[in-house]
Design a binder for this molecule. Structure first.
Ligand code: ADE
Length: 242
């Protein structure tokens, strides 16, 4: 997969993708992440990428021309069109594991990071195919949001995680929060690992984990529980136990 990111601060992406799983995926040729500076597509000597908002108001607005020109130039370089072009904005639809999984199936992806007060609406209407928010709070720019999207998408690309780093048990993979995890030592400061996990009984361990997932989701994220696919028995069990 090739991911092109259009932004005003491409150097922000160097460190986050120079470690761990994303780095390993790049080294193995499974993903290529290229950050482009929108300012490189401006035509005046000051590299002006923003301007005052029509109608007045505070802050500056990212101009449409350099964003369109950058996207078109990259489209010519990569020779592909009809790819997802995602605008990161607090006004987008909330990012979820399901959206990450959908994006991970494409060979190419383009992310556009807004900055300042916003980005000219014609980018959202005529260039972006999707608008995504990573949460109900406002960042100073879309770069951090793009990092979140890249990280969560890359780990879902087949072959990126080893078999011992399976994604199927992840929180949110099946619409539920993940069960609690423990590692050695068996007793730490008097706190014991739940004995069932030491029993070697895989059936009972799986059942315990499923119950923990259900209880945890009911307690912390009842909104998720409504949408998750549970058996009638599981729903009844939750109302008896939480
Ligand atoms: N840009 C600024 N805030 C954002 C958010 N919450 N999600 C995505 N992009 C953003």
């Amino acid at each position: 997969m090739r991911i092109d990111i259009l932004c005003l601060f491409p150097e922000m992406f160097v460190s986050p993708f120079s470690h761990s799983i994303v780095k390993r995926a790049e080294e193995r040729g499974l993903v290529q992440v290229v950050a482009h500076n929108i300012r490189d597509y401006t035509h005046d000597r000051h590299g002006t990428a923003d301007d005052y908002p029509y109608g007045g108001g505070a802050g500056m607005v990212l101009k449409p021309e350099p964003v369109f020109e950058a996207a078109e130039h990259i489209g010519q370089l990569t020779g592909v069109d009809n790819i997802p072009v995602v605008l990161l904005t607090p006004q987008g639809r909330p990012f979820t594991q399901r959206i990450a999984a959908g994006l991970s199936e494409y060979a190419n992806l383009m992310l556009i990071c807004g900055h300042y007060e916003g980005i000219d609406e014609r980018v959202a209407e005529n260039l972006a195919t999707d608008e995504i928010s990573i949460g109900d709070y406002v960042l100073t720019g879309g770069e951090l949001a793009a990092m979140v999207v890249v990280d969560s998408v890359v780990r879902l690309i087949p072959g990126v995680l080893g078999s011992d780093e399976s994604v199927t048990d992840d929180s949110h993979a099946d619409g539920l929060l993940e069960y609690p995890q423990y590692t050695r030592p068996e007793r730490y400061r008097g706190w014991d690992v739940p004995p069932i996990l030491l029993s070697g009984n895989h059936g009972e361990i799986a059942a315990w984990r499923r119950r923990q997932s259900l209880l945890r989701t009911a307690a912390r994220r009842p909104d998720l529980l409504e949408k998750a696919t549970l058996t009638d028995k599981e729903r009844a069990w939750i109302s008896d136990n939480s």
